[in-house]
Structures are given as structure tokens and as C-alpha cells.
Design a protein around this ligand. Structure first.
Ligand code: GLC
Length: 746
């Protein structure tokens, strides 16, 4: 009886919640209707128009533009971007308040990995596999940005990427749809916080819709050609996760998908996003992507491009001026219906009401709050912890790491030893020109004053000069250990930064060889926004840390890891190829009819005759200063068959068998052995982060249910198929420690 009572109470409560939410929606809808009833067609079109600010640009700038403030006063602008700081923002909002209907502006900004405090680049954060930490990181970013007048971030970028030649691989969460979906939702929660309408919440924006990361050749803005099955199985899930998490807006993408520019894709924007997913927010173009449909050859002029885009469900035009210059005529020519305009404007106004901007257009413009919210010590601590968790220990063959405090002299060699602002990477914002970012060398000297740190630059990042080699070798010979800090330049990844050659640039690997030849113990720290190729180093240097671009706290975090103040726990969210010729290479591939087994199995096999079959580093790879044993012989396994809504539990004991406390990310992969269509050799379906003291053991349990086994059939319907499955538990996709089989019976 008691149970029934609780059930009824829970049901009643959830009904109440749903009713309250829909009542609130009704109230806002009525407000939207009342504003729209007063608007002229020109004013409605103004809301669909977004201009870039006058100071920064994140795309090709449109020349000879008029006076934007006047246009805002005339009600011709609904949103702006790249305007930062309450004083700048106030100037533009004041102009909007002088318009006839005083409709407030939205202020958008690429807050991709931090606002005033720069966090690790998103691909680095993805190495943490710590969704709570990533949410916290975005919460700090949202708090700082919203205090500075920003109420809309063009983030999270949730594009699945399997090609490290693509410069924007740095901006996403790597190659896996499961991990990418969890991170997408976490970022949306972080940005939108307790909900739109709170002054520390900013609207998030899932981008770039869709499949932008699959550009042919890894060349930014290039065409994408893929089956709808691949699109749904691998590239759409993170967008769906963002939509399910309540993301306020979407941004479409520059690329064409199977011959249709995403900006004009009725399929993506109206059918998938607004119909199937019932998305109530609005869609903004990516920079001038509406106008770029002329370059694509899809529209003959801006008039046609505007018609195609608004018909396809693109609600707001960023920077191309196609809408503001053509929509009124398109309506008069009966090429575009009033209802299309009204739907777009209602979506935009609804968000402005939800953000509380009609109640108070200046609610995000509070100079005192701006002053008191930025660069807080507690926020810097979050950034440092996020940076710790983003570092991946690729190799530590002779346990050279962590370094000992007894070391008297350490040589620091390489072009990034003293890097400071570079640590912020691409898509970072220069809010404070006086920002002091400690370099790796600054941090080491501060943390270990008793150690003598020698420095030699060694070589440039990307030229052929070896003039610094001799000094570097001489410096190395004076030290007990050598720490080399190498990598790309921060602007070698990011937008429009695709590279055909992703080897460690310049003569850096030759410098590494010279230093290793001295016989001194060598640690190499790599900084980059993408997986690079550095095979000689991978084979010959005993300890390698991949430090990405870690942001404001990067130097401190690297120093912490080098000396063991933090035991690295990162795991790669993307495969590292042995060379460009191996791309695309990713872990969740199909088996083929001639699967190669092992690196040398090439005869009549799906393999290269001139390259081992395995990647340099696999998805999920990442070591620790300690070791973890997956004790298989006491694996407990509830059943070997799964039916209906069963749950299959599999548990085993994980033991820290080393000398350091540390965290292991235990990964669960599943393979569907026989299916139509084919399924990958393994797919990540769950993971657990387990922190253990030296010698400590813990039972780790995974639950497998039917939902984890669902996949899209040839008709794009989510199904399961009965049959045999394999469950694999391991420390990486190529380091499986426990395997079991089970059957799905119906
Ligand atoms: C850029 C990027 C997009 C960004 C937008 C505004 O071209 O593609 O990710 O949000 O323009 O800066």
C-alpha cells in the first residue's frame, strides 16, 4: 500500500512539474504573441539579423557596412556577436532601447573554453572523461561571460572528428558518439546552469549542425559525403544529447552534406531537428554561411540564398546580410510566407523572454558584478584541476616520472618551455592584456626552488634551423634529467587550420634524437591541439606526456604532474595515427571480410603493406604512475542471456598494484557479433572512474541493458537484434582485460 502511495505521489509531482512548465511556456508564448502583434515585417526581419561587433572578427569581415548602431536603433538587428565587456555591451543595448519597440539584443560570443580564465581546449578536457568536471568548467566560463554582458555562447561544438588533419578537432570531444554525447550534455548544463533567466546562465549553442567534422581530407569547410546511416549512428548522437539537455540554440555548418549545404538543409533543420526532435529553440547560421551558398553554387544570389535558408529552418542570419536585404522582397514576391518569418521570430523572441531580457535588458550589464566575478582564485583552482585531468601519460617505460625532488639539476629544453599566452590555444579570449600565465619553467622554479633548472631553446617550432642544437646538447649534459617541451604553435589548430602534415613540426624530432643520444634520461611533453605524428619519439623516449593546450593554469598543472603532485589519469578521446596515410583510423571500425590480426598480418588482409595496422596510440589509452590489476578470476556475471528489460551485471575487482594513489577510467565496450547492418568490432558503452590508494581493491560493477545494444537499421529505425554479444572491460580500447559473452534472446 505504502509503495502505491509513493508511486501516486511521484506521479502527481511529475504531472505538477509538467503542468508548471507548460503553464510557463504558455505565459511566454502569450508575451511573444503580444510583441509580434505590434511588429512590422521589417522589424520582424530585423530580429533575424545578427551583426558582428566592430572590434573582433571570427570570420571574413563584410566590408563597407553602414552604421550598426543606427541600424539597431531602426530595429534592423536582433543580435550581435564579438562585443565583450559591460561598457561595450551597454553601448549596443542602449541603441536597441532607442528603437521603436525596444526589443533587447542578444550578445553572442565564442566562449569555447573559458572567458577570462582560459580552460584546456575542449579536446584536452575530453581526455578527463570527467563529465562533472567539464560541467564545472563551463559553469565558471558562463559565470564570467554573463558577468561581462554575454548572454549567448556559440558552444558546445559537438562535432565528431576522426581526422586529426582537421584543425577544429581541438574544439570537440573526439571520435566517439557515446563519450561525445555525455560531454555535449554536460557542457549545455554547465552553460545554462540553473536555467535560462538566471543572470549567471548563458544560452548554449550546439554546433555545427551537422557532420562538419567529416570534411573530406580533413580540409576545413570541405564537402561531407556520408550515408544517412553513418550520420545517425555516429555524427548526430551528440547533437541529440545537447537537444535533450535543453540547449537553447543550434548553429548549422559551413559544409555541404551529400550535395546540400547544411544551411539550406530542410532534412537537418526542419525534419530532424524541429520535427523529429521537437526543438523549440532557434537556429543561427555559421557566420556568413547563408551568403556562402552562392560560392557553393546552390544559390545564384543572396535573394535565392535567403529564400533557401529561411525555408530550410535557419532562423537567424549571422553576418551575411542576406535576410536584412532580401526577406522583405521575398515576402512581397510571395516566395517566402509570413508564417516562416513569424515562426523564426517567435523562436528568437521566446529565448529573449526566457533570458529575462524583456524584463530587464541590462540584467547582464553590471560593471560591479563584472569586476567581482572575473579571475577568482577558486575559479583558477577549477582550471588547474581541469588541466590536471586533461593531461595524458602516453608512456613511462622506466618510471622516470614522477621526477624526484632530490634532482639537483634539470634541463628544460624546447621552444615551448617558456610558453605563456601560447598555453591558451585557439578560441581563447584576450580579456585582460595584463594576464600573467606561468610557463612550465615559471611553475617549476616556483614549486622547486631547491632545484637548478637550466634552459635551452633548442630550436624553433617550425623551421629547419639547427643553430640551437649545440647549446641544447651542452645544457642536457649538465643535468640529471632532461625535460623537453615540444609541439605545434597554438595557431596550427583551430578554425581554418587544417594541415596535410601533422608530424611534429620543424626539426624538433631531430633535436629530441640529439638529446636522447647524450644518454641522459629524457621526458618529452607535447603541446598541440590535435594528435601529432612523432613515431621516433614514441619508440625511443621513455616518458611522454601529452599536454595539449591547457590554458591559464597549464604551466602549473604540468609542473604538478611532472613531480607527482597529481598522478595523470587522462585517456585519449581520439586515435593517434602512425602517419597521415593511416587516416581515417578510429577504434569503432567494422571488421571487414579480411580483418588483419596483429600489426604484421597484411597478406590478403585489410592492411597496408608498409605500415603496422595499429595506431600509434589507441582511443582510451592513458597511463598512470601506478598500475591497476583487473582481477578476472573472480568476475561475477549474473546471466548469460538478456531478454526484455533484463539487466545483466558484470563485476570484477580492480586493484591498485603500484606505489601511487591514482584514478583509473575503466572502460566497457560491447560488440554485436552478428547483425544487419554490420556493427563495429567494439563500441564504448560505459565507463567508471575509480580512485584507489596503493594496494587498495574495489569491486567495479557494470550493468548492461537492452538500450545499450540498440542501433540504427537500414531504415534508420533504432532496433535491437537477438544474437550473441561480447562484453569487454579494459583500460583502453586496445587494452582489454576481461571478456565475457552473452546472448540477447529477443
Ligand atoms: C566561425 C565558426 C563558428 C563561430 C562563428 C562565430 O566561423 O565557424 O564556430 O561560432 O563563426 O564566431
Amino acid at each position: 500500500m505504502k509503495k502505491l502511495y509513493h508511486l501516486c505521489a511521484a506521479l502527481a509531482f511529475s504531472c505538477l512539474i509538467i503542468n508548471v512548465a507548460s503553464a510557463q511556456e504558455d505565459v511566454i508564448d502569450k508575451k511573444v504573441d503580444s510583441v509580434m502583434a505590434k511588429m512590422t515585417l521589417a522589424e520582424k526581419i530585423g530580429q533575424m539579423n545578427q551583426y558582428n561587433g566592430d572590434w573582433e572578427a571570427t570570420g571574413p569581415v563584410t566590408k563597407d557596412v553602414g552604421n550598426k548602431l543606427d541600424e539597431i536603433r531602426q530595429g534592423r538587428v536582433g543580435a550581435v556577436l564579438n562585443i565583450m565587456g559591460t561598457n561595450h555591451v551597454k553601448t549596443f543595448q542602449d541603441a536597441a532601447m532607442q528603437s521603436r519597440l525596444k526589443i533587447p539584443l542578444l550578445f553572442g560570443q565564442d566562449v569555447i573554453h573559458g572567458y577570462r580564465i582560459t580552460f584546456p581546449i575542449p579536446l584536452a578536457e575530453a581526455c578527463s572523461w570527467d563529465v562533472d568536471m567539464i560541467e564545472k568548467s563551463e559553469r565558471v566560463a558562463a559565470t564570467e561571460a554573463s558577468a561581462s554582458g554575454i548572454n549567448w555562447t556559440f558552444s558546445p561544438m559537438v562535432d565528431i572528428a576522426r581526422d586529426p588533419r582537421w584543425g577544429r578537432v581541438m574544439e570537440g570531444a573526439g571520435e566517439d558518439p557515446y563519450l561525445g554525447s555525455l560531454i555535449a550534455a554536460a557542457r549545455v548544463r554547465g552553460f545554462q546552469g540553473r536555467g535560462l533567466g538566471n543572470t549567471d546562465a548563458v544560452m548554449a549553442c550546439a554546433k555545427h549542425f551537422a557532420a562538419y567534422g567529416a570534411a573530406i581530407g580533413g580540409r576545413d569547410y570541405n564537402s561531407v559525403d556520408m550515408s544517412l546511416h553513418t550520420l545517425w549512428q555516429y555524427y548526430l548522437p551528440p547533437f541529440k544529447a545537447a537537444a535533450d539537455a535543453g540547449v537553447a540554440t543550434f548553429m548549422n555548418s559551413f559544409n555541404d552534406l551529400n550535395g546540400t549545404p547544411a544551411t539550406a538543409s530542410i532534412y537537418l533543420q526542419r525534419e530532424v531537428l524541429k520535427r523529429d526532435w521537437n526543438f523549440k529553440g532557434f537556429v543561427v547560421s555559421d557566420w556568413g554561411s547563408i551568403g556562402e551558398m552562392i560560392n557553393h553554387g546552390y544559390a545564384k544570389d543572396n535573394y535565392e540564398a535567403a529564400q533557401q535558408a529561411v525555408s530550410a529552418g535557419n532562423d537567424m542570419d549571422m553576418e551575411s546580410r542576406s535576410y536584412i536585404n532580401n526577406l522583405e522582397k521575398l515576402v512581397k514576391d510571395q516566395k517566402v510566407s509570413f508564417s516562416l518569418i513569424d515562426d523564426a521570430v517567435a523562436r528568437i523572441l521566446r529565448k529573449k523572454f526566457e533570458m529575462g531580457l524583456f524584463d530587464d535588458p541590462y540584467r547582464f550589464i553590471n560593471p560591479q558584478r563584472e569586476k567581482s566575478s572575473l579571475n577568482l582564485p577558486a575559479s583558477q583552482d577549477v582550471a588547474r584541476d581541469m588541466a590536471h585531468k586533461s593531461i595524458v601519460l602516453l608512456k613511462n617505460d622506466k618510471q622516470l616520472l614522477p621526477l624526484s625532488d632530490n634532482l639537483k639539476t634539470v634541463a628544460l629544453i624546447g621552444p615551448l618551455v617558456k610558453a605563456k599566452k601560447e598555453l591558451k590555444g585557439f578560441w581563447s579570449l584576450d580579456i585582460d592584456p595584463n594576464e600573467n600565465i606561468p610557463s612550465v619553467m615559471d611553475a617549476l622554479q616556483k614549486q622547486h626552488p631547491q632545484t637548478q633548472f637550466l634552459f635551452s631553446y633548442g630550436c624553433n617550432i617550425d623551421d629547419q634551423s639547427k643553430a640551437g642544437f649545440a647549446d641544447a646538447v651542452a645544457t642536457a649534459k649538465k643535468a640529471g634529467v632532461v625535460v623537453m617541451v615540444m609541439g605545434e604553435a597554438p595557431d596550427m589548430t583551430g578554425e581554418a587550420k587544417s594541415k596535410s602534415n601533422i608530424h611534429l613540426p620543424g626539426v624538433q624530432e631531430e633535436l629530441i634524437k640529439e638529446i636522447v643520444a647524450t644518454g641522459k634520461p629524457v621526458v618529452v611533453i607535447m603541446m598541440a591541439g590535435r594528435p601529432m605524428v612523432f613515431n621516433w619519439t614514441a619508440d625511443n623516449v621513455p616518458s611522454i606526456l601529452y599536454a595539449w593546450w591547457l590554458g591559464s593554469q597549464g604551466g602549473n598543472a604540468i609542473a604538478d604532474v611532472l613531480y607527482g603532485a597529481y598522478n595523470p589519469s587522462g585517456k585519449l578521446p581520439i586515435t593517434f595515427p602512425r602517419t597521415e596515410g593511416q587516416i581515417p583510423i578510429y577504434y569503432n571500425h567494422l571488421n571487414t571480410g579480411r580483418p588483419a590480426s596483429g600489426d604484421k598480418d597484411v597478406f590478403y588482409k585489410s592492411a597496408y603493406i608498409d605500415l603496422p595496422n595499429s595506431p600509434q596510440y589507441a582511443f582510451g589509452h592513458g597511463l598512470s604512475y601506478t598500475t591497476f590489476q583487473y582481477i578476472d578470476d573472480d568476475t561475477y556475471y549474473t546471466k548469460t542471456t538478456l531478454k526484455d528489460n533484463d539487466v545483466l551485471n558484470i563485476s570484477f575487482t580492480l586493484k591498485n598494484t603500484g606505489n601511487y594513489a591514482g584514478e583509473e577510467t575503466v572502460q566497457l565496450y560491447i560488440r554485436d557479433m552478428v547483425s544487419q547492418p554490420l556493427r563495429p568490432v567494439k563500441e564504448l558503452k560505459d565507463f567508471k572512474k575509480v580512485f584507489l590508494q596503493p594496494g587498495e581493491s574495489r569491486r567495479v560493477t557494470f550493468s548492461v541493458n537492452r538500450d545499450m545494444l540498440m542501433f540504427y537499421d537500414d531504415n534508420l529505425k533504432l532496433i535491437t537484434q537477438p544474437g550473441d554479444f561480447q562484453v569487454m572491460i579494459g583500460s583502453a580500447s586496445d587494452d582489454i582485460r576481461i571478456k565475457r559473452a552473452f546472448e540477447l534472446t529477443n
